[in-house]
Ligand binder design. Structure first.
Ligand code: SAH
Ligand code: SF4
Ligand code: F3S
Length: 481
């Protein structure tokens, strides 16, 4: 197995090797144990993922490990011998969904006592949540955090051989455990984590507490993984991290995110390269120039601004102001034709006034985002913002929220209308419930059209024929572009 050797002592490296070798041994042992537990048939495992792409990427590793233990992967709890929920803590709503869905497993466990239920991910890295889960759901056998995903075989082995409930969390050793098996969910679109954790401590956000300190994978490791994905036929690769453009911190070699992005984009093959998420404070001109120069890099930047009020941005600990944000956006617009910008916005941060909120609307009108991910502020235990006074009632915040959606809908509709009559190269992704093909342009905009299933996973050319609000309809055309 590979190890990230950067900045590690020999003892630390030996410890990491041992941990990983042990997992291989446990995996071998589990092959027989799980088979017998499943009444001498192939065991079935289900991994359900909540939250962001970091969790999706972690789940792909757990699925890879489960497959190595001999498991078949299934989608429905009813079919499974092993169920793992990979949870998200970013907002209360995300946590409530998990509590509800875990509660629903009680009856299943009663019917199938050998069912192994594990909960992992960001929620489990919060002590009070892990404790609540342990107390409220006695049928959950395994609780583990984001830092010990690589130890899944060891945890499962102890759980099934002792029958005892296990909790392992709160142990960020700052290491990256490379070489774990991966079962990617998609065959032509894939995630490629380049860094883990976050050091930004935005005052509302739980992520730095549950994902630990920022650490980057070595550029060569990333490039090798990208090469193998391209060789396996991936047409779209998304470089992942909570703040991709602070990539490189702590590595021995000096390398920026822009340089890494450029190196991956220069690999041979017909593929598109995306990345998420970039933080406005680190969005450099160098990065924008690299995007502008490479036809393979998506002309789409997800650049969360969170608020259009400098006063609130300061309290959010975001380290930029509106002027700086607009400077970056305007530079990007001037350099990248067909640029599509998207963003995250929080409505109702503690102490935000209606005047502050109007500034958020001003920014949205000025930038003209393609789409927005909008959230009503949700207090997170342990974050500085959660201790602030929050006098505006939720109902009032909901009204602001609706006002924002209306403004954005008009902007998106205008943007979509401007694409009608133009032809784009698209990657066909899936057949929708309505029986049409859903495809995505290079700058990440969805176009729907009639066509055969056989086109899924291929690049095609499409002419946009109609814009219905923010949904684009198009038709396939023969011409290669
Ligand atoms: N690292 C990414 C985002 C991670 S979380 C970034 O910095 O952009 C995704 C989004 O959830 C954030 O951008 C923010 O808009 C939202 N979010 C995070 N914490 C929140 C909270 N406590 N309440 C409401 N929205 C929140
Ligand atoms: Fe959270 Fe801020 Fe880090 Fe994003 S950059 S994960 S919003 S702390
Ligand atoms: Fe949620 Fe964890 Fe991602 S809190 S948003 S799954 S990093």
């Amino acid at each position: 197995m590979n190890l990230e050797s950067e900045g590690k002592t020999l003892t630390e490296l030996t410890d990491m090797t041992e941990v990983l070798e042990k997992q291989e041994e446990y995996t071998e042992l589990l092959r027989d144990i799980l088979f017998v537990r499943a009444n001498n048939r192939q065991p079935k495992a289900m991994v359900r993922t909540y939250g962001c792409q970091q969790n999706v990427a972690d789940s792909e590793k757990m699925k890879g490990m489960l497959e190595k233990m001999g498991c078949a992967l299934v989608d429905e709890p009813d079919d499974a011998d092993i169920i793992i929920f990979n949870t998200c803590a970013v907002r209360e709503h995300a946590e409530d969904r998990v509590f509800g869905n875990v509660g629903a497993l009680k009856a299943l466990k009663r019917r199938k006592p050998s069912l192994l239920i594990g909960l992992c991910g960001c929620m489990m890295e919060q002590k009070h949540i892990a404790e609540k889960i342990y107390k409220s759901f006695p049928y959950v056998g395994l609780v583990f955090g984001t830092h010990v995903i690589h130890k899944l075989p060891e945890l499962m082995y102890h759980s099934v051989t002792t029958g005892k409930r296990l909790v392992e969390r709160g142990t960020d050793d700052g290491n990256i455990y490379e070489g774990l098996p991966i079962h990617r969910d998609g065959s032509f679109k894939g995630w490629l984590p380049i860094m883990y954790g976050c050091d930004n401590f935005c005052s509302y956000c739980i992520v730095p507490y549950v994902r630990g300190r920022e650490r980057s994978r070595k550029p060569l490791t990333v490039i090798e993984e990208a090469k193998s994905m391209i060789a396996a036929g991936y047409k779209e690769i998304t470089l992942l991290g909570q703040n991709v453009n602070s990539y490189g911190k702590g590595l021995d070699e000096s390398v920026t995110f822009a340089q890494l992005l450029k190196s991956v984009s220069e690999l041979d093959g017909d593929f598109w390269l995306r990345f998420m998420t970039s933080h406005p404070k680190d969005a450099s001109k160098e990065l924008i120039d690299v995007i502008a120069e490479s036809p393979k890099i998506s002309s789409h930047i997800h650049l969360p601004f969170q608020s259009g009020s400098d006063r609130i941005l300061k309290q959010m600990n975001r380290h930029y102001d509106v002027e700086r944000y607009l400077e970056t956006v305007n530079y990007a617009k001037s350099k990248i034709p067909d640029l599509s910008l998207t963003s995250d916005v929080i409505v109702g941060f503690p102490g935000e006034t209606y005047e502050d909120f109007q500034k958020t609307l001003d920014l949205i009108r000025e930038v003209e985002f393609t789409s927005l991910f909008t959230f009503i502020y949700s207090p997170r235990v342990g974050t500085p913002a959660a201790k602030k006074e929050d006098p505006i009632p939720y109902e009032e915040k909901s009204k602001w929220f609706s006002e924002l959606l209306k403004v954005q809908e008009e902007i998106a509709a205008k943007r979509c209308a401007s694409m009608v009559g133009k032809t784009y190269r698209v990657l066909v992704e899936e057949k929708t419930k309505n029986g049409v093909l859903s495809a995505r342009t290079q700058n990440n905009i969805i176009v729907e059209m009639e066509g055969s299933d056989s086109l899924i996973g291929t690049f095609q050319s499409a002419e946009v024929t109609q814009a219905r609000n923010w949904i684009l309809r198009g038709k396939l055309i023969e011409k290669e572009i």
